[in-house]
Design a protein around this ligand. Structure first.
Ligand SMILES: Cc1cc2nc3c(=O)[nH]c(=O)nc-3n(C[C@H](O)[C@H](O)[C@H](O)COP(=O)(O)OP(=O)(O)OC[C@H]3O[C@@H](n4cnc5c(N)ncnc54)[C@H](O)[C@@H]3O)c2cc1C
Length: 431
């Protein structure tokens, strides 16, 4: 794994706090900031040796490239866009989509419009059927779309993180697709700046949470942390793998919600491609070859770095990053010719499902299981809250959604702290 390019300075954590937070990704950072701002004693415990979780920016030849999240989606409802502006961060609106290239030929304006219309028709059909009483899969909801039907189906499966038949149409709101932003220097580096000054212990894994007593006790690889309440932001597939043992076991409705999600997959082939046929910066182009279709973000931040986007079926079918690198090169060679790819170098292929502390890119709700997002948000024994991208309905699978859910959990904890959760004395207060 390439190393992150931003390492904020952090404060040490105490062994007795008001709120213990598991995980220093977007949800954990958001919760910690809010609780700190309210004067609460917080400890964030993070198993990795860095903050950010599924947002991390690495340097390739001195150029920052995000290995996880890169788009600040849905600017009108994403709190991180406003926060970035308020802090004077270099945030900018993403340009409109790039060209549609079909079998090596750049489509005309009319063809691009045809592709765009097909996408919008699918989106409208999903939105309409999401309001119907009966739930169904995205596959069953997809209308006939003509010439670009297969390409649009590919894109929808890529966005959803699973094959269309495995995704509920009621859990696929379309707000995410529009009004996107980028932050120069990377989303991961931005999140790392937001973590600066927080009490976060890195390289320390939470292995168990004991809530049999009045508060909670976190069992970690570096000892116990006592707290009045806990916010758990570990990704759902990590919870499904029982990486954190709860004592007593979680109530059946929460365990059922956790078990109901599917691990979605989405990865990037990160390429350095001087002389690529794509000239404009930060545009998401669509490359259609025979009956396949892949997105490519070109010339990120104006430098010759590109992402080829990989969907779950391609990731699963290829059998590992080396095979995906070879696949990407061959796909682009077939599309643009051997000369065009002569200077293309694959720098890295992400593999988030193989990361034991993520096991997914984002989680997905299968047909018939829509209530599980809300179910996951219910407190356990008025002492433990789960928060993260999995909780978010409107901003599902995004950093902005995880951030809002971290803040939601923090507010819920605050309300309970003011309402009689047992006080855990600090070492100094202990006689
Ligand atoms: C390749 C890729 C591209 C993406 N693109 C975008 C995008 O462009 N825009 C967007 O908005 N979203 C995107 N996403 C999704 C986005 O990254 C996630 O939705 C978001 O980062 C999730 O934040 P979180 O806080 O819920 O979880 P995480 O970021 O996963 O944070 C959870 C933290 O918990 C830690 N942890 C886990 N188990 C333990 C334990 N037992 N003890 C202690 N710590 C533990 C983990 O190490 C992690 O740091 C992308 C994801 C991927 C993988």
């Amino acid at each position: 794994m390439p190393v992150p390019n931003a390492r904020p300075s952090l404060e040490p954590v105490s062994a007795e706090v008001d709120v213990a937070i598991v995980g220093a990704g977007a949800a954990g950072i958001a919760a910690a900031r809010l609780l700190r701002a309210e004067g609460r004693r917080v400890a964030v415990i993070e198993a990795r040796d860095r903050v950010g979780g599924r947002t991390v920016t690495a340097s390739f030849g001195g150029h920052p490239v995000d290995l996880g999240a890169h788009w600040l989606h849905a600017g009108h409802m994403n709190p991180l866009v406003d926060l970035a502006r308020a802090r004077g961060e270099p945030v900018r609106q993403a340009p409109p989509g790039g060209p549609v290239v079909t079998n090596g030929r750049v489509g005309s304006g009319a063809e691009r419009r045809l592709h765009g219309d097909a996408f919008e028709r699918a989106d409208r059909a999903f939105a309409r059927l999401a309001r119907a009483e009966e739930d169904r899969s995205l596959k069953d909801a997809l209308p006939p779309l003509g010439r670009y039907g297969r390409a649009v189906a590919y894109t929808m499966a890529l966005i959803s993180g699973r094959p269309l038949e495995e995704v509920s149409v009621k859990d696929f709101p379309s707000e995410e697709f529009g009004n996107n932003y980028f932050v120069r220097g990377g989303y991961g580096a931005f999140l790392a700046r937001l973590a600066a000054g927080l009490p976060i212990r890195l390289g320390c894994e939470v292995t168990g949470i004991d809530w049999s007593g009045p508060g909670v006790a976190l069992e970690t690889t570096a000892g116990r942390i006592a707290a009045r309440a806990a916010i758990v932001t570990a990704p759902v597939p990590v919870l499904q793998a029982d990486r954190i043992r709860f004592r007593p076991a979680l109530p059946s409705d929460i365990a059922d919600a956790i078990g109901g999600f599917l691990a979605g997959a989405y990865d990037h082939v990160i390429m350095n491609w001087p002389g690529s046929p794509f000239r404009t910066a930060d545009r998401l182009s669509r490359i259609v070859l025979r009956d396949t279709s892949y997105g490519m973000l070109t010339n990120m931040d104006g430098a010759p770095f590109h992402y080829l986007e990989l969907d779950q079926a391609t990731i699963r079918g290829a059998g590992g990053p080396a095979a995906l690198a070879a696949f990407a090169r061959e796909f682009l060679r077939e599309s643009f010719g051997a000369r065009a790819v002569a200077r293309l170098r694959v720098l890295h292929v992400t593999d988030w499902c193989a990361d034991p502390l993520a096991r997914t890119s984002w989680v997905v709700v299968p047909p018939g299981r829509v209530p599980i997002r809300e179910g996951l948000g219910r407190p356990v024994g008025e002492r433990i809250w789960f928060a993260g991208e999995a909780n978010s309905g409107p901003l599902w699978g995004t950093v902005g959604g995880a951030w809002l859910e971290g803040e939601r959990a923090a507010r819920a904890v605050l309300a309970r702290l003011g309402d009689g959760l047992p006080h855990i004395p600090t070492a100094a207060e202990t006689p």
